[in-house]
Design a protein around this ligand. Structure first.
Ligand code: PMP
Length: 439
């Protein structure tokens, strides 16, 4: 399926260089918009892309968890093109269309837990989180939301309030909405046990907000921006118990973990308990902006008529793409692939860890895989400097990676699930070579 690299180079070379475009970007785009790599893309296919100078890259960043089905999957492009020929926009609240309803049905059927489910469609991950909070407040008639340290929930003012890490996301953007509290996210690798985390919730109840004033807990099944730390089963079970005891809702923020990344469609399918609401975005439409809140029908119906929506919410193009993504997942058995790919990646990273003392942990759920770096192999001394140097060296060698974590010392892998084993192994080799080169 891949085109010959030389042919691709001649096809994509443009008049501008990366450096010229960087200079124009600096003058035209606010500096607050970050950029991990000084690369401008010209064309992409599956897990590879070519920059404006014709250089080829293997994409292990996957558009930050958006490209589980790869760049420009032919079936998804075909579905979007077919939709473009019919109609592009009405606003679902003005004149409705079937793809929204069909996608709502399909996502509801995929959500774990007993009873009827409903789905609200939106445009971005942050908007899904905002709406999950609105729905939880409307249902419980309570104001409080408890989020967790290291969590990331978006860049709107409410979702920044929920986000744990301050710099750079929150710096200068406050004040944030009130009635938001943070408890500890368990992190056994760094000495925070499940018991510690649940005890910190109890402390919030005692000191900051009575449980009867809390609408929801919001938690990522695997913290994404926070460093690919998984919420342990006992922790989510403990949250569920507290939620049931006090009439609080449990929201799983699956914006990064959803759409098959972790080996099941939603990561919370692997929990011992079910959440009440799930947020989804990113890979659910393979690169087209659409997001969702899926949850218990009685909870989803709490806001009155007209209380939910948005001009572009659940756009027909996003719906067409998302329905095609679901089809591709079935046809190409991408859930199974996600698990096998995760195992392959972790084995490759463990081989690197055996040679690089700075790698203090290799972890992951399904194909959401990461390695963590500490100075002199000390897990308590995050090595953001080495992380940055490895990521830059890998890019120089044609592999695009992303770091994450509160200390910027985690390298995460979000490669398309559609990537071949050969391409995965090539990428892992570049990563190994990059470690060797910067050592
Ligand atoms: N929640 C989580 C868990 C995320 O990872 C992200 C994006 N990284 C968001 C919410 C926000 O999504 P978006 O950028 O689409 O608004």
């Amino acid at each position: 399926m891949h085109s010959e690299p030389d042919l691709m180079t001649s096809l994509v070379k443009t008049a501008s260089t990366n450096a010229e475009l960087m200079a124009r970007r600096r003058a035209a785009v606010p500096r607050g918009v970050g950029q991990a790599h000084e690369i401008f893309i010209a064309r992409a296919e599956n897990a590879e892309f070519w920059d404006v100078e014709g250089k080829r890259y293997i994409d292990f960043a996957g558009g930050i968890a958006v490209l589980n089905t790869g760049h420009c999957h032919p079936r998804i492009i075909e579905a979007v093109k077919a939709q473009l020929d019919l109609y592009t926009h009405t606003c679902f609240q003005v004149v409705a269309y079937e793809p929204y309803v069909e996608l709502a049905e399909r996502l509801a059927a995929l959500a774990p837990g007993e009873g009827a489910k409903k789905t609200l469609l939106l445009s971005t991950g942050a908007e899904a989180v905002e709406n999950a909070v609105k729905i939880a407040r409307s249902y419980t008639k309570r104001p409080g939301v408890i989020a967790f340290t290291g969590g990331y929930h978006g860049r709107t003012v409410m979702t920044l309030g929920l986000t744990g890490k301050v710099a750079p996301y929150k710096t200068g953007f406050g004040p944030f909405p009130g009635e938001v509290f943070h408890a500890l996210f368990p992190n056994p690798l760094h000495g925070i046990s499940v018991e510690d985390a649940l005890a910190s919730v109890a402390l919030l109840f005692k000191n900051d907000i009575e449980p009867e004033r809390v609408a929801a807990f919001i938690v990522e099944p695997v913290q994404g921006e926070g460093g690919f730390y998984e919420a342990p089963a006992a922790f989510v079970a403990g949250l569920r118990e507290l939620a049931d005891q006090h009439g609080i809702l449990l929201i799983a923020d699956e914006v990064q973990t959803g759409a098959g990344r972790t080996g099941t469609w939603f990561a919370c399918e692997q929990w011992p308990v079910a959440p009440d609401l799930i947020t989804s975005a990113k890979s659910m439409a393979g690169g087209f902006p659409i997001s969702a809140v899926i949850g218990r029908a009685d909870v989803m119906d709490a806001p009155g008529p007209g209380g939910l929506g948005g001009t572009y919410a659940g756009s027909p193009i996003g719906c067409a793409a998302a329905l095609a993504v679901l089809e591709v997942f079935e046809q190409e058995q991408l859930l199974q692939r996600s698990q096998a790919l995760g195992e392959r990646l972790r084995a490759g990273l463990r081989a690197i860890a055996a040679k690089v003392p700075a790698v203090v942990d290799v972890r992951g759920l399904g194909a959401m895989v990461a390695l963590e770096l500490g100075k002199d192999g000390d897990v308590h001394q995050p090595d953001a400097d080495l992380t940055g140097r490895v990521v830059r060296e890998a890019a120089r060698r044609g592999l695009v990676l992303l770091s994450c974590g509160s200390y910027g010392n985690v390298i995460r892998i979000l490669v398309p699930l559609t990537a071949s084993d050969a391409l995965i192994d090539e990428g892992l080799q570049v990563l190994a070579d990059s470690f060797a080169a910067v050592a």
